[in-house]
Design a protein around this ligand. Structure first.
Ligand SMILES: NC(=O)c1ccc[n+]([C@@H]2O[C@H](COP(=O)([O-])OP(=O)(O)OC[C@H]3O[C@@H](n4cnc5c(N)ncnc54)[C@H](O)[C@@H]3O)[C@@H](O)[C@H]2O)c1
Length: 356
């Protein structure tokens, strides 16, 4: 029996090689819903009609739309997946809340501005809608196993995390969200960051810095150092490092395993078998969406919930704001915009155009 009528906004077009101009993430969502009993994708919307049709054919949706608002008005949906680029997340979440759906699962990053991320969260809270974001790494073996080790005291108490990633806003949202995951969803107190943006770099349409160094302190005294852009090995040996009072855990070891650890006093690392799962998958999104649906059915808070996502989002926009102010930014972050985009717009940053 179908108990969840699902609609998908922004189906994309499946490509042999996904890139920063299109991953067609909707198909990842589609595969996840298909595997859940009682879920049926009944409709989808895309500006490009043939994209919507191809998606509907793949998942047996009854109806396609080019206007997502019309879909929301006509289809009596219980749940919506939003898989468009980030500048559209806020208006689409607000419209879905207004249409009376029970749950929205939206792609990351939350929104294109800090004000937008807060407004989406407030609108969902007010309407009683479960709003979640696709930070799927929380369901990956390298991360869940690292968290189990951390929680069982294998490396003592967490004192510091180090992360390297391509950029802060797009790929960084995953990694900074993982910092929240490891640090018990504790909000940050302040952030200090500096960026370099000399060559235009747009990912899914959004400006992303070329290089950045960010330090943040969480309310429980744990620090995170986040380094983006140029070069590997900014975190020595791995993509992410958890440093505890009695040891260290490495995630995504360069040229090595997805997970390894070393207790204080040990010279050698111990590699952990992550059962064939790398830092990127497989299976993360299927598990994430299965949990989102389970939480909805059981009326329980999901770890992908907007309030958890706000913790990482505040650090991201706060770090850009720190660069704009040339100083430390204390939280709560009292801006509304995206400081990186605003600095480009005002001419304070002049990245060389991509096609020049
Ligand atoms: N979770 C992950 O690991 C992950 C990986 C890649 C991308 N993403 C995120 O997924 C999101 C979508 O990226 P993508 O690469 O799948 O996009 P995409 O370009 O493949 O698909 C987006 C689709 O949205 C459609 N669209 C645009 N405006 C619309 C509108 N007003 N109404 C309806 N449809 C509209 C476009 O026609 C396009 O087909 C981005 O936020 C991106 O950051 C997440």
């Amino acid at each position: 029996m179908v108990d969840l009528r699902v609609g998908v906004i922004g189906t994309g077009k499946k490509k042999a090689r996904p890139d920063r101009f299109g991953y067609a993430m909707a198909y990842e969502h589609g595969n996840a819903y298909k595997a859940i009993e009682g879920c049926q994708i009944v409709a989808c919307a895309d500006l490009v009609e043939e994209n919507a049709r191809a998606f509907a054919d793949t998942y047996g949706a009854e109806k396609t739309f080019t206007d997502y608002k019309q879909m929301l008005a006509e289809m009596k949906l219980d749940m919506v997946s939003i898989c468009t680029w980030m500048h559209l997340h806020e208006p689409m979440v607000l419209a879905a809340c207004k249409a009376g759906v029970k749950a929205i699962h939206c792609e990351k990053p939350m929104a294109d501005t800090w004000g937008g991320a807060k407004r989406m969260t407030e609108a969902a809270d007010k309407a009683g809608v479960q709003l979640t974001f696709n930070h799927q790494r929380r369901y990956g073996a390298p991360y869940t196993m690292a968290k189990q080790m951390l929680d069982s005291g294998e490396i003592g108490d967490l004192v510091r995390q180090e992360v390297e990633c391509g950029n802060l806003y797009d790929s960084g949202t995953h990694w900074i969200d993982m910092c929240s995951f490891f640090n018990k969803e504790t909000p940050a107190k302040w952030v200090l960051g500096q960026i370099d943006y000399r060559k235009e770099n747009r990912v899914f349409g959004a400006h992303c810095e070329n290089q950045q160094v960010v330090l943040t302190e969480y309310e429980n005294g744990v620090f995170a150092l986040i380094m983006t852009g140029v070069g590997e090995n900014k975190v020595v040996g791995a993509v992410s490092k958890l440093i505890g009072t009695h040891g260290e855990i490495l995630i995504g070891v360069h040229g090595g395993p997805a997970l390894r650890y070393r207790r204080a006093g040990e010279r050698n690392w111990t590699d952990v078998d992550t059962h064939g799962e790398s830092i990127h998958g497989p299976g993360f999104i299927e598990r994430a969406i299965a949990d989102v649906v389970q939480c909805l059915r059981e009326g329980r808070k999901c770890q992908l919930d907007a309030h958890n996502a706000l913790i990482a989002t505040e650090i991201i926009f706060g770090a850009y704001e720190s660069s704009r102010r040339r100083g430390r930014v204390d939280f709560p972050l009292n801006i509304e915009d995206n400081p990186l985009a605003a600095m480009v717009e005002s001419g304070a940053l002049k990245p060389q155009k991509e096609d020049s």
